[in-house]
Design a protein around this ligand. Structure first.
Ligand code: HEC
Ligand code: HEC
Ligand code: HEC
Ligand code: HEC
Ligand code: HEC
Ligand code: HEC
Ligand code: HEC
Ligand code: HEC
Length: 393
């Protein structure tokens, strides 16, 4: 992770200045500045003299970088933004020759938000914005080698750093809308222990997408989670299938036990880990149904989603039993805390697979990788408990 950038007021002012310059340039239409930014031929000497002050399309960044980093310049020239500004628009002008590259500013989401207020505002209201804080909420991060956390956790959770790492989906320096609109933009992070890729791929939706391509007939991640291009990614049940309010008392009791798992492991302490009120939960459910309704009837959609809710309820019954046994063994000194943690870490994804599979329409995930594994976990632990308690006597 680069961390050179804390946007000092000076940088921020520069960005605003560039923003205004860019807006003016766009409003003025195809001006001379646009031609300069896109060509890699040497600018006129007049342009060179004024380059450092403007930080806009008249700097010599592109000219030298066409040799220093040619592919970056090629990628940048494919970006729509190349018409409005050049490298200095994001990296500033402090570095302007080969020897002083360390002076280049490294932009963050704050740099982008100066010109893309809507996307930045939506992003800030969703979960991606909290990803960095969520990672830091896990106490184990502090105890692990930074070599692991930097390349492991941080490469996914960095999406929430400093106002958003926008190039997580719009990779640099092409910064393309079309690229971000492909499922490939999401699934490097959303797979494995959080099996959204696997569940979507094996659903009817994913299978049609694979067979027909992006024809609009079958929904992809963005269709359901970024409708109308909204950058606010947030779901009703969230990562752990939890919610703050529960009318059914038995389910509530089980939920409180299930909560012990993410609390022990750490992620339970992440910011906005669950929707606090049923009002918020219902509003998010209705937003999702509105998307399904583009292709299905409302009653069909609500019924399918209610099946997902029922899967969470069923897994909570089994998971609560696991937690009850494990916490009992811990309390009686028959199982150590690290062992309980390892157990929870293994079991949680099985619970998650079941409901992630249900909501995304994958029978394989619900059954094989979910419920079947979870019930095996329970049986194994019940046997283990019998042995441990027998030895104790
Ligand atoms: C005369 C050549 C030259 C000019 C002009 C130039 N650069 Fe560079 N720049 C380089 C070279 C060479 C490197 C690579 C240095 C290295 O590998 O450590 C570099 C590196 C960079 C980096 C990466 C820094 C890092 O820490 O990895 C950025 C960003 C950058 N330049 C932006 C710009 C911008 C913006 C401008 C115009 C204001 C500009 N450059 C002008 C030659 C130039
Ligand atoms: C729209 C904003 C934006 C513009 C304009 C821009 N960059 Fe970047 N650049 C970024 C971002 C974002 C990063 C990654 C920063 C980070 O991860 O800390 C980056 C990183 C870099 C790096 C270091 C990483 C690497 O892959 O080597 C270089 C070099 C670089 N930019 C060169 C350039 C050059 C040359 C131009 C002009 C042709 C340019 N940039 C224009 C946003 C921009
Ligand atoms: C100085 C203002 C400015 C800054 C800073 C800026 N942009 Fe842009 N961006 C623009 C303009 C202007 C356009 C529209 C270009 C067009 O539609 O022709 C644009 C377009 C885009 C698009 C749409 C591209 C497409 O394929 O349609 C994306 C994505 C984007 N910007 C991402 C970013 C990211 C990410 C950053 C920060 C790393 C950033 N922008 C920083 C001005 C800016
Ligand atoms: C660089 C990694 C990365 C990429 C790329 C990424 N995400 Fe995420 N996503 C995360 C992380 C990390 C979280 C959890 C954030 C938190 O804990 O606050 C998350 C959370 C979410 C959530 C919120 C779930 C909830 O708790 O309600 C949704 C929905 C989501 N992502 C969808 C997407 C979609 C759709 C794409 C592609 C367009 C995408 N993500 C791309 C890392 C990523
Ligand atoms: C047909 C619509 C649809 C598609 C396509 C879709 N999702 Fe989902 N996704 C849902 C629904 C519904 C939920 C559960 C919402 C709730 O909490 O009520 C969900 C939940 C999530 C969550 C929250 C945690 C969880 O799994 O329960 C994430 C993250 C997520 N999806 C990411 C993705 C990614 C990444 C893709 C693409 C590989 C994708 N989704 C494709 C509808 C969809
Ligand atoms: C999780 C992936 C993801 C992240 C992270 C992300 N975007 Fe996007 N962005 C998208 C998708 C998908 C679209 C296409 C939406 C559409 O089709 O209207 C898009 C579109 C855009 C557009 C083009 C809007 C238009 O209609 O022309 C801009 C500008 C943009 N994003 C800026 C940003 C900025 C700024 C950030 C960081 C604060 C950011 N994005 C972070 C996925 C992402
Ligand atoms: C491959 C990408 C990836 C890696 C590596 C990764 N995570 Fe995550 N993490 C995610 C995604 C994606 C989510 C959200 C998934 C969902 O909503 O279903 C998430 C969720 C979380 C949450 C829950 C946040 C919430 O509010 O719901 C925490 C905490 C967390 N991760 C911490 C960590 C830690 C600590 C590490 C390293 C030990 C790590 N993660 C490694 C992608 C990753
Ligand atoms: C872009 C259109 C589109 C959207 C949006 C969409 N679907 Fe679908 N869905 C389809 C198509 C096409 C099929 C295949 C119909 C078939 O199975 O014959 C399908 C199939 C399904 C199936 C499998 C039905 C079966 O009989 O096997 C379920 C379940 C489903 N969708 C649920 C949902 C839910 C829930 C949502 C919203 C979260 C949703 N879909 C959003 C197009 C869509």
């Amino acid at each position: 992770m680069r961390s050179k950038q804390p946007p000092a007021p000076a940088v921020f002012r520069l960005v605003l200045a560039v923003a205004m310059a860019a807006v003016l340039a766009v409003m003025a239409g195809a001006g001379a500045g646009q031609a300069d930014a896109q060509s890699s031929s040497p600018p006129s000497s007049g342009a060179q003299n004024s380059r450092v002050q403007t930080g806009g399309s008249q700097s010599n960044c592109v000219e030298c970088h066409a040799k220093a980093t040619p592919q970056i310049v090629k990628d940048w020239n494919q970006s729509k933004m190349a018409r409005a500004m050049d490298c200095a628009g994001c990296h500033g002008t402090a570095h302007h020759e080969a020897g002083d590259a360390r002076l280049a500013k490294m932009p963050s989401g704050t740099t982008c938000s100066a010109c893309h207020a809507r996307q930045a505002r939506e992003f800030a209201a969703g979960k991606h914005n909290l990803a960095w804080e969520a990672m830091l909420a896990v106490p184990r991060v502090a105890g692990q080698p930074s070599a692991i956390t930097d390349t492991g956790c941080a490469s996914c959770h960095g999406i929430g750093r400093d106002g958003g790492k926008c190039d997580s989906c719009h990779t640099r320096h092409k910064f393309s809308k079309a690229e971000a609109n492909k499922p490939e933009a999401c699934v490097g992070c959303h797979r494995g222990d959080h099996a959204q890729l696997e569940s979507w791929e094996s659903s009817k939706h994913g299978l049609i997408y694979a067979a027909e391509g992006d024809t609009g007939r079958a929904p992809k991640c963005q269709t359901c989670h970024m409708p109308s291009g909204s950058h606010k990614t947030l779901t009703a049940w969230g990562f752990y299938g939890l919610r703050g309010e529960e009318a059914d008392p038995k389910w509530k009791e089980n939920r409180d036990l299930v909560m012990k798992m993410p609390m022990r492991l750490g992620p339970g302490k992440a910011p906005n880990v669950m929707r606090a009120s049923m009002d918020e939960w219902n509003a998010l459910r209705s937003e999702m149904v509105a998307t399904c309704k583009n292709c299905h009837s409302e009653s069909f959609a609500r019924e399918q989603l209610a099946r997902g809710d029922a899967v969470i309820k069923a897994t909570d019954t089994a998971t609560a039993e696991i937690v009850r046994i494990a916490e009992g063994l811990l309390k009686d000194g028959l199982m150590s805390e690290p062992t309980v943690n390892v157990l929870y870490r293994e079991i949680l994804p099985h619970r998650m697979n079941a409901y992630i599979g249900a909501f995304h329409g994958s029978a394989e995930l619900v059954h094989e990788a979910g419920w079947q594994k979870l019930t095996q976990d329970l049986v194994k632990l019940q046997d283990e408990e019998k042995k441990l308690r027998k030895n104790q006597k």
